[in-house]
Design a binder for this molecule. Structure first.
Ligand code: IPE
Ligand code: IPE
Ligand code: MG
Length: 247
């Protein structure tokens, strides 16, 4: 079964560090390296889009020290890795309320996006200051503004137009959402886009997640029966058994 877009809730950094008696930031630091490894693995597997949840609109509730530590790790990552990733065919994009991020973080994000804009093998969306509700509300606002300006007839707003106003405009919806760290919830990730995504929860904490675990998630996905509200597709074998040819 083909897979175009994988989205990952990279959870468990804090627990990984705490289990080792380390500061939580040590988990985030290792987590950034794992994100790079998984992006390379996704590229090698021919996946077109990878969305990584790096910082949610709710993560501001954490201690200021942890928040600024995460931003500083992300800033270093973008500054250090963007050109290498771009050379290896990986395009970096960010989704989220970027204007709400500290100015130095915004600057390196913009540089990384510009530098990698020509890369064509894999698009990595880094979700930063991202919330699914934020995404839906900002799409609604964009459409309302266009309608008020007289550029859009409200009766023409349909699902396609709405999707085109979201941060993931032009991209396929995620086929598969992976959450590491064992919790079975969406935590305000891609709410609209995951309407029919397959979900895979791994107990492995993100800093321990390897390309082998990633491959296991994709193999599990391959065995899913995606019905999209329809009915089960019968296998070729079943059809042959009934003496019926073709689809
Ligand atoms: C995920 O790891 C990274 C972010 C949310 C920034 P956590 O920091 O949430 O790790 P746990 O869930 O506390 O272990
Ligand atoms: C989700 O993890 C957000 C990211 C991975 C960036 P959280 O750790 O913030 O989610 P909750 O609080 O367990 O729902
Ligand atoms: Mg967490």
């Amino acid at each position: 079964m083909s897979i175009s877009h994988v989205a990952i809730i990279m959870d468990g950094n804090g627990r990984w560090a705490e289990q080792r008696g380390l500061p939580r930031l040590a988990g985030h630091s290792r987590g950034v390296e794992v994100a790079r490894e998984i992006a390379v693995a996704a590229r090698d597997m021919g996946i077109g889009y990878l969305t990584l949840f790096a910082f949610s609109t709710e993560n501001w509730k954490r201690p200021a020290e942890e928040v600024s530590g995460i931003f500083s790790l992300l800033r270093q990552f973008f500054a250090r890795e963007a050109s290498d990733l771009a050379r290896s065919g990986i395009r970096i994009r960010t989704i989220g309320d970027i204007e709400g991020l500290p100015e130095p973080v915004r600057r390196v994000i913009e540089d990384a996006e510009r530098m990698s804009s020509g890369a064509q093998r894999l698009v990595v969306n880094i979700a930063m200051n991202y919330g699914g509700r934020w995404d839906v509300v900002s799409a609604a606002r964009k459409l309302a503004e266009a309608a008020l300006a007289g550029d859009l007839d409200p009766s023409l707003i349909d699902e396609n137009r709405f999707a085109a106003a979201l941060s993931t405009a032009g991209q396929p919806d995620p086929d598969l959402v992976i959450r590491t760290g064992g919790d079975m919830r969406i935590s305000n990730f891609l709410l609209w886009q995951t309407a029919y995504s397959e979900l895979y929860v791994s107990p492995v904490l993100w800093p321990d997640f390897t390309p082998v675990h990633f491959k296991a998630a994709l193999d599990d996905f391959a065995s899913r029966d995606r019905r999209f509200g329809g009915i089960r597709k019968r296998s070729d074998e079943q059809r042959r058994g009934e003496g019926v040819d073709g689809p």
